[in-house]
Design a protein around this ligand. Structure first.
Ligand code: FAD
Length: 402
């Protein structure tokens, strides 16, 4: 009997096994995950779950009975420590498995603050896994002071939750502004304003020199010598793709496990999907860290493993929730040369920032404006660009941009 093994029981891994069965794969199907949990959604971890508005059981993508019904052998708490692309074997703590096809869906790992500046002190938390959040949650207390290191979406979402729960929050950003890697200045300013209005102290262009404390973090010192007391620290300084297995097996790695547009790695019979891999897109190689990418790519890879020969054409989109703001992002803004700000309130919308390269629309950040997001997404996906003047004029009905 054919054996397909999926390494990584996250969003992509769960989608892979589900799609393989939907597409009629009838052989042995195994899913290997080093976390204790069945596959679950990560986005609510820094949003509704940390806020206490979503229960643990609702995080899981499927109940255990689903995998039983689908005859998927799920091995939680089991780390794959090696793979041999010639013998097609996987090694884990309990033994070795022989496979016909291996799919890597190993995701990414948060970057940690170095231990020599106190990054390993108790009370310093990453925000990646359910276990991370369960460890952090008791430290989100109204009488405490939380330091968040990193002004990306994860850090900002954690800041919003901690403020909503009444905690004092300081957010430290080493770059000149928050969201510097992912958004334009207008979006960064808009969110910085909103967070400051909610009481978050944002310190930009400021590096952390060290964290202090003996048995628990109790203070922070900045590179300019400023110091203050803290009760807990959230580290939100980005993620790195999990490529160690692939590297050790001598698969090509290039900002993630390198796959072609079908999802094939450099080794025959081994595929990859989700956060862990980089793939060709519009003449370059990209890696996306998002749920829609993990799902869409995993679906295509599953079909290709079964012989479909379909190209994966990513349609990037992303969202973030902070306070009562839903940010929806369509497209990828890399290479933009100007941004048009649209205040859609005259036509019942919200605010949106439209990224252009010349006359070409690349991406849209829509804040509480789902219609602007939808119109932007449709335009980008169909390769069309709206008239810049009409975008800027918030009294132009949004549908007229199509
Ligand atoms: P993962 O979900 O990371 O799953 C990979 C799994 O593989 C992990 O469980 C890992 O432990 C396991 N693994 C790794 N190596 C091995 C091994 N050797 N053996 C066994 N198991 C292994 N995206 C959005 O689009 N919108 C959002 O609002 C959003 N919010 C987020 C909030 C948080 C707090 C986080 C952490 C992420 C958020 N994301 C969001 C990103 C999104 O969750 C990821 O892009 C998505 O989970 C990627 O799925 P994946 O399956 O590729 O990787």
């Amino acid at each position: 009997m054919q054996h397909i093994a999926v390494i990584g029981a996250g969003q992509a891994g769960a989608t892979l096994v589900e799609t393989l069965r939907k597409q009629g794969f009838d052989g042995r199907l195994t899913l290997w995950g080093d976390e204790a949990e069945l596959p679950y959604q990560r986005p609510p971890l820094s949003k509704a779950y940390l806020l206490g508005e979503m229960t643990r059981d609702r995080l899981h993508l499927r109940p255990a009975s689903f995998y039983d019904d689908q005859r998927v052998e799920v091995h939680t708490g089991t780390r794959i420590t090696a793979l041999d692309p010639v013998a097609m074997t996987l090694t884990h703590t309990g033994g070795t498995e022989t496979c016909d096809t291996i799919i890597l869906a190993t995701g990414s790992t948060p970057r940690r603050l170095p231990a020599d500046i106190g990054g390993d002190l108790p009370g310093v938390f990453a925000v990646r896994t359910l276990a991370d959040i369960d460890a952090l949650e008791p430290h989100i207390r109204a009488d405490g002071h939380l330091l968040i290191v990193g002004g990306g979406y994860i850090g900002l979402e954690a800041a919003a939750v901690a403020r909503k729960r009444g905690m004092r929050v300081t957010l430290l950003e080493a770059a000149q502004r928050i969201l510097s890697r992912v958004s334009c200045q207008d979006t960064a300013l808009w969110f910085a304003y909103r967070h400051r209005a909610e009481g978050v102290e944002i310190i930009e262009d400021a590096a952390l020199a060290r964290l202090t404390g003996s048995d628990h973090v109790s203070g922070a010192v900045l590179s300019d010598g400023t110091s203050f007391k803290v009760d807990a620290v959230v580290c939100g300084i980005g993620v790195a793709p999990n490529v160690d297995l692939a590297k050790a097996a001598k698969l090509e790695v290039n900002d993630g496990i390198a796959v072609d547009d079908r999802g094939r790695t450099s080794a025959p019979g081994i595929w990859a999907a989700g956060d862990c891999c980089s793939f060709p897109w519009r003449g370059r190689r990209i890696r996306l860290e998002s749920v829609p990418n993990a799902i869409d790519q995993a679906e295509v890879v599953a079909r290709n493993v079964l012989g479909a020969d379909e190209a994966y054409v990513a349609k990037p989109w992303f969202w973030s929730d902070q306070y009562d703001v839903k940010l929806q992002i369509a497209g990828l803004n890399t290479g933009f040369d100007h941004v048009i700000v649209r205040d859609g309130t005259p036509t019942g919308g919200g605010r949106s920032h439209w990224y252009f390269k010349g006359d070409t629309l690349l991406a849209v950040d829509a804040m509480n404006d789902p219609r602007a997001y939808m119109v932007g997404k449709r335009l980008i996906e169909s390769g069309r660009s709206p008239d810049a003047g009409a975008v800027a004029d918030g009294s132009t009905p949004i549908k007229d941009l199509m």
